[in-house]
Write a protein that binds this ligand. Structure first.
Ligand code: FMN
Length: 183
């Protein structure tokens, strides 16, 4: 079932992307729409900043990298106000959202709000918040940071994980939330 599109994912106005070959212009909006054909889950990545305050944002750039050693990645916009907090944190927690957590996804993609107000969570490794009610959590050590254009790519070592297989995941596709349906 299709759900509403989050405001923060509103399509940008037509802009040319920087191309390696200037004779081949790339339309950023078309590229973004086409990337959106790749269905993903939705996660809230959390950490604590140097003052001990919890920080977090909604992402769909999470991906598995390696099983041995156990590595995952996600990418953060260089423009994020939380760039330094995530760069400096010893650990991040990847909270994989469940189908009934669309409101949490929107809250952690909206600014300015107190994203943790009234939310049930517990500190995990390095203090990174583990949100209640998720499908899965990955508690990960902040190992490698790699520049990736207008984003910073974090490659992280998994030090703990758990899952709640009875909870269906929240899905993002074509700029909208979706729910899995057995066909
Ligand atoms: C489904 C979805 C996926 C998103 N994925 C990412 C992502 O992978 N990386 C990112 O930096 N922002 C992503 N965003 C946007 C951020 O959640 C949003 O810009 C947020 O306000 C950033 O918080 P900050 O400005 O406090 O860092 C996504 C938003 C949504 C709704």
């Amino acid at each position: 079932m299709s759900q509403s599109s989050p405001d923060c994912m509103a399509p940008p106005t037509a802009v040319q992307c920087t191309s390696s070959d200037p004779s081949i212009p790339l339309d950023c909006r078309a590229l973004r729409n086409t990337l959106g054909r790749f269905a993903t889950g939705v996660a809230v990545v959390t950490a604590v900043d140097p003052d001990g305050h919890p920080v977090g944002l909604t992402v769909n750039s999470f991906a598995a990298v390696s099983l041995n050693p156990p590595l995952v990645l996600w990418s953060l916009a260089n423009a994020s106000g939380h760039l330094e907090a995530f760069r400096r944190a010893s650990h991040h927690c990847i909270n994989i959202l469940a189908a009934d957590q669309e409101d949490i996804s929107n809250r952690f993609a909206t600014w300015p709000v107190d994203r943790f107000a009234g939310l049930a969570w517990h500190p995990g490794l390095g203090g990174a918040p583990r949100l209640d009610g998720c499908c899965a959590h990955f508690e990960v050590r902040n190992d490698i940071q790699h520049p990736g254009g207008d984003h910073l790519i974090f490659i992280l070592r998994v030090e703990g994980f758990d899952e709640a297989p009875e909870r269906a995941p929240l899905v993002f596709h074509g700029g909208r939330y979706r729910h899995l349906a057995d066909l």
